[in-house]
Design a protein around this ligand. Structure first.
Ligand code: GCU
Length: 617
């Protein structure tokens, strides 16, 4: 039922029999007690605040008691107890558990008019007029609860492409109300700010970060925010990227821009998350995947201690598969955060079943979680009744939280946890988890295998278009398109003979990717331009393998349909039908990708469509 979708993975059955023994405390502790009183099925559970435990919001849960240094740790422990109660698939060992990253933040790309950039599940829960009064506050409370249940502890409420108006008193009022609702759940609010704000709002003649009137304005603004929201998290900034204003406009560096904001926030304990995913400004015309390192490398060590450099997992833009972003190898003295995209901009949006945990795990196989200070995820949440559009997109929100807590959880483990809580223990979670954990690779196969990237329709990025980027980006920003298909072959030469993007990687990856003989097939066309009849590591010819992979992706989706059919008796009709309809659409789209992309490339390869065809038309 629709309400079920609304309940996300929090479908605990009210019980109300438990005796919860807890010390006196604040709103967060009270929230933990209330949740357990309502849903804990055991007879008694003790909550213990223990100042000798580490002050990291971790907890110790042993079946009868939850111990933590902090109230928030007890709340996290309460949700762990309820999670274990709700799903049986994986038994859990006890012991102290604590979050790996101290800041686990959702980035909402919500606009002040209520629309959401790359949102596929309705309007903003924060800024749209759809929800009003109590209903609005209630929805935000549920949002806080869902986040706390997976340990997310921060929310940037608005889009990185933001209107300066978010800093006007009217919006600060709204942000303050939201912060008050989220506080008991341990969630701090942050805002994206437009670097040009003081000038754009008419207070100063310039937005030059070294200008005294500009500094004063930001200081006053920060004071105003902190007066209302004492635990405000800080600012997220997209500067000098895709046409946004920034310090370059005044001949200043990213460090000068970030540090000016860092200074005014430091007085209140706030931070600046400065995005490195920039292109089209200072290094115009350079290979886009190199521009972040080119702009930031020399600034390593120059950022204030409350600045975190936030970078997308890959150097381009949340493609189905990218190599990791080399900025993580280059900034040795700078605190860094990774930005994942939970919303499926390039992975089927709200329509395809694509579980992203394997993609994020892949990133962590290249970049050690220990080297990162924070983790951010671009949210897929809107005001739709089921929050995320596709019922399985909820799993990506869930997985982000779980990996932010512990990046060594396996994708299968997270999928099974989510399934048990979302569909109940009657469902065959092994089959479902298998669908989920293979779905990202299937998406790569039917969209862009072998290192191909950005073959997406312009602007909306749904569906294939070989030269979509041409319509979208000014040519001067970077060389486009990226596939470089021609009679002589396909792929973007980023080796030392090409743009030399490989030089930005640490060893052994630099040599591994540079050398055609050792470059893994899944990154081949990202780093190399090769002839159509090039022989891959598996011995197959490039063109044939390209065809085979598109078919393999499609076959996977067909297999999901079959499995979903088998699961029909175990799943409520409404969710079953919803997902079934979406899987049919996913299959249709996958075929559309194959047909479009292969036909487009065939003009250059002039080769027949040869593939392991096993009956999928
Ligand atoms: C992508 C996306 C934009 C977004 C940008 C960013 O290009 O399509 O909508 O603004 O990334 O991350 O800044």
């Amino acid at each position: 039922p629709a309400e079920d979708g609304h309940a996300l993975w929090l479908r605990y059955k009210p019980c109300g029999k438990a005796n919860i023994i807890a010390p006196q405390g604040g709103a967060t502790l009270q929230t933990a007690v209330d949740e357990l009183k309502r849903y804990w099925q055991g007879s008694e559970l003790k909550l213990i605040l223990n100042p000798r435990l580490k002050d990291d919001d971790g907890f110790l849960y042993n079946g009868d008691s939850i111990c933590s240094h902090s109230e928030l740790g007890l709340l996290y422990g309460a949700y762990e107890a309820l999670r274990l109660q709700a799903q049986e698939a994986y038994p859990r060992l006890g012991g102290y558990t604590a979050p790996k990253f101290s800041r686990r933040i959702l980035n909402h790309w919500d606009n002040l008019d209520g629309t959401i950039e790359c949102g596929y599940a309705g309007k903003s829960i924060f800024f749209s007029a759809n929800l009003k009064g109590q209903e609005w506050a209630g929805r935000i409370r549920e949002y806080g609860r869902a986040n706390a249940s997976v340990g997310i502890n921060g929310s940037v409420l608005n889009n990185v492409n933001t209107s300066p108006k978010v800093l006007t008193t009217q919006y600060i009022d709204t942000v303050c109300t939201i912060a008050n609702i989220l506080r008991p759940y341990g969630i701090k609010v942050y805002l994206s700010v437009n670097f040009g704000s003081p000038k754009a709002l008419g207070y100063t003649k310039t937005a030059d970060p070294l200008d005294e009137t500009v500094k004063k304005w930001w200081k006053k603004k920060a004071d105003e925010i902190y007066q209302r929201i004492p635990d405000f998290g800080g600012f997220l900034v997209k500067a000098n990227a895709e046409g946004q204003p920034g310090p370059f406009d005044y001949g200043r560096t990213h460090a000068e821009g970030a540090n000016m904001l860092a200074d005014v926030l430091a007085l209140h304990g706030g931070i600046v998350m400065w995005r490195s995913s920039v292109y089209g400004a200072k290094h115009k015309g350079e290979d886009r995947v190199m521009q972040a390192v080119s702009e930031f490398k020399d600034l390593d060590g120059l950022f204030k201690s409350n600045v975190i450099l936030q970078s997308k997992n890959g150097p381009l833009d949340f493609q189905p598969r990218e190599p990791y972003a080399p900025i993580f190898d280059n900034m040795k003295k700078t605190q860094q955060a990774v930005e994942f995209q939970i919303t499926q901009e390039y992975t089927g949006q709200g329509k395809h079943l694509v579980f992203l945990a394997p993609m994020w795990k892949e990133f962590f196989s290249f970049v050690a979680p220990d080297s990162l200070k924070a983790i951010a995820g671009v949210s897929n949440i809107g005001d739709d009744i089921n929050w995320c559009g596709h019922p399985f997109s909820q799993a990506n929100w869930y997985a982000f939280g779980r990996l932010a807590w512990n990046p060594s959880f396996s994708s299968d483990f997270i999928a099974q946890e989510w399934i048990g809580q979302t569909f109940g223990n009657e469902v065959n979670s092994y089959i479902l988890a298998d669908m989920m954990t293979t779905s990202r690779e299937a998406c790569v196969d039917y969209m862009m295998p072998l290192g191909l990237h950005h073959l997406f329709a312009s602007q909306h990025h749904y569906g294939p278009e070989a030269d979509g980027v041409k319509a979208e980006y000014p040519l001067e920003w970077c060389p486009i398109p990226y596939h470089k298909a021609a009679a002589d072959g396909i792929g973007f030469d980023r080796s030392s003979k090409g743009t030399n993007a490989v030089s930005q990687y640490r060893e052994p990856y630099r040599s591994l990717y540079d050398n055609l003989a050792t470059c893994p097939d899944e990154y081949l066309l990202w780093f190399h331009h090769v002839p159509w009849d090039y022989k891959l590591h598996n011995g197959d010819m490039l063109w044939d393998e390209l065809c085979a992979l598109y078919y393999r992706g499609i076959e996977q989706v067909v297999s999901y349909q079959k499995l979903w059919n088998e699961l029909r008796p175990q799943i409520d009709q409404e969710r079953w039908e919803h997902v079934n309809r979406l899987l049919a659409l996913q299959l249709e789209n996958a075929k559309e990708c194959r047909d479009y992309v292969l036909r487009y490339f065939q003009q250059f390869s002039k080769m027949p469509l040869k593939y392991n065809f096993t009956g999928v038309s």
